[in-house]
Design a protein around this ligand. Sequence first.
Ligand SMILES: NC(=O)c1ccc[n+]([C@@H]2O[C@H](COP(=O)([O-])OP(=O)(O)OC[C@H]3O[C@@H](n4cnc5c(N)ncnc54)[C@H](O)[C@@H]3O)[C@@H](O)[C@H]2O)c1
Length: 303
Amino acid sequence: MDLQGKVAVVTGSGRGLGLAYAQTLAAAGAAVVVNDVDRAAVDSAVEAIRARGGRAAGAVAAVGDSEAAQRLVDTAVEEFGRLDVLVTNAGILRDRVLWKMTDDDFDAVVRVHLRGTFTCARAAAVRMREQGTGGRLILISSPAGQRGNFGQTNYAAAKAGIVAMARTWALELGRAGISVNAVVPVAATEMTKTIPAFEPVIEESERTGAPLPDWLRKDEGLGTVEDVAGLIAFLASDDSKDVTGQAIGIGGDRLALWAHPKEKAVAFADGGWSADTIAAEWSAGVGAEPETYGIPAPTTPEA
Ligand SMILES: NC(=O)c1ccc[n+]([C@@H]2O[C@H](COP(=O)([O-])OP(=O)(O)OC[C@H]3O[C@@H](n4cnc5c(N)ncnc54)[C@H](O)[C@@H]3O)[C@@H](O)[C@H]2O)c1
């Protein structure tokens, strides 16, 4: 994939998936602005990219507010002259069940993921529209946002909102040649290591250097951060110019297109519905095959 001449900003790219995205985009020829709250991580990511002959600049900022978003766009323009690609990847978790989740838990997660995606995308869209040569907004979502997940009120809400924004901005920015897609990744990182079903397998793979087992890579779609990065490079490239408004899953050996929500069963009542007519209709009619919800629990193979 040739990304020569393109300039990308990747938020939260000091470690984990974001670092893999920044490295992969740079290896394909893009100049990359590495952003994170962690200065040491930004410096070492920039150094690593430059050491391999890539072009990178650092921007230490806490994504969430408009000033941070503008700083990232300004860094791209000042260092490399333009902005073509934005990957909104920065993220945190504050998991708690609903009845224990505090206002701070909720606001902190929504601020980084949802508000951070909004403020960064807005600043990037303004710049890309001024340039007049199109662009790419790649918004990082999560299976939790698609299906709901125990203990993740704040995160699921933010990640679902991100997919909704991708669809909305695909409509609004299409005429400017700016594509907008949501990516639904799964990978072994500090974030996913804590999932009890995955923890021992990931640890063993890290200790021995052995690849993650097939059931994890295929059934759970869980692999390395590098497994996800190819999709980011594709979406950043000219090859994906007609791909927009999509939610695309990737992880391990899996690549998937997520369905958009749509009406699954419909019934009509002349003059409208009452509680009683809905009750009579529900179990054998519109509600006969209710949707599942929640991320299915991993099924580990029999020992
Ligand atoms: N790991 C997975 O399987 C998985 C699955 C679904 C979605 N995601 C999403 O992918 C993204 C990256 O996840 P990861 O697993 O690499 O996590 P990670 O915790 O390893 O990395 C997140 C990075 O974001 C940085 N960050 C946090 N708040 C920031 C802020 N306000 N501004 C700038 N940087 C900030 C952190 O310092 C860190 O370097 C997140 O948006 C996450 O929700 C990950």
